[in-house]
Design a binder for this molecule. Structure first.
Ligand SMILES: [Zn+2]
Length: 75
């Protein structure tokens, strides 16, 4: 992950997740998706960032809960 260069704002609630030139002070979800030919978006690339609070709300709306695994070893 890149650190401290650009401002990162949550696309969902507009909260500043990371201020420029600072170390990230919150974890967030970055999604980058290049949609293929069969998607109807025809090769369009889309990106967004979601803060942890919005992520929690988002996954709570899932019909199938996210798979959670406890990580005991950090690399
Ligand atoms: Zn948010």
């Amino acid at each position: 992950m890149k650190t401290g260069q650009q401002e990162i704002i949550c696309n969902c609630c507009k909260k500043v997740i990371q201020e420029p030139e600072k170390m990230p002070y919150a974890e967030f979800l970055h999604i980058e998706k290049q949609w293929g030919y069969f998607s109807g978006k025809d090769g369009e690339k889309q990106e967004f960032d979601i803060c942890e609070a919005c992520y929690d709300q988002w996954v709570e709306s899932f019909q199938i809960p996210v798979k959670a695994t406890e990580i005991t070893e950090y690399v």
